[in-house]
Design a protein around this ligand. Sequence first.
Ligand code: GRF
Length: 215
Amino acid sequence: MVEIVNIAVLVSGRGSNLQFIIDSIDRGEINGKIEMVISNKRDAYGLKRAENHGIQGLYIGKGNYPDIHDRSIRILEALRESKIDLIILAGYMSILDKKIIDEFKNRIINIHPSLIPSFCGKGYYGEKVHEAVIQYGVKLTGATVHFVDEGADTGPVILQKAVNVDFKDTPETIADKVLKVEHELLPKAVKMYCEGRIMVEGRRVKIKSEIGDRR
Ligand code: GRF
């Protein structure tokens, strides 16, 4: 019997991905518990969602911790205090300190709104990703769930799913299509993680099947 996984979700904005994880846990699909939601934006709607579900919400941002080093220490303290096993970055628009990344190696999951390694890394966030997709003229884009390492969107890929880019698409319509896929992939990856089914071998991720891995 795998122990229940203590989760911290880090957000910066509306937190729709957070909501899908909350709902999936409520339906009993994920063997985990969200212990806290941390936001670097005081007015992030994700914090409101946490409050609505009786989840501890913490604002740790420039407003209350102007120094980046102090901010990182506070985040690490909070994660340690609540004995967090897994960190989920669900639209968290800030860089995590190396100390946190090292301490939580292969225990930080991020969702990115493109098919990594395309349209990712420095400067590719939010609308910019989808604008670049249209500008380049690719016919496919999508969402990627991956582990976080020291680089920008460079960690091992866990799940990906593509969506078509049509000629009439705008950054907004692509964002909508990709977000739907994100809402499917992120809870799925979290579920697999919490069942202990994700193995990392170098850069490659192996997912064990639900009924024992015979491969
Ligand atoms: C998502 O598109 C995610 O891929 C990106 O930020 C957005 C967050 O959306 N990193 P939400 O806050 O979960 O609604």
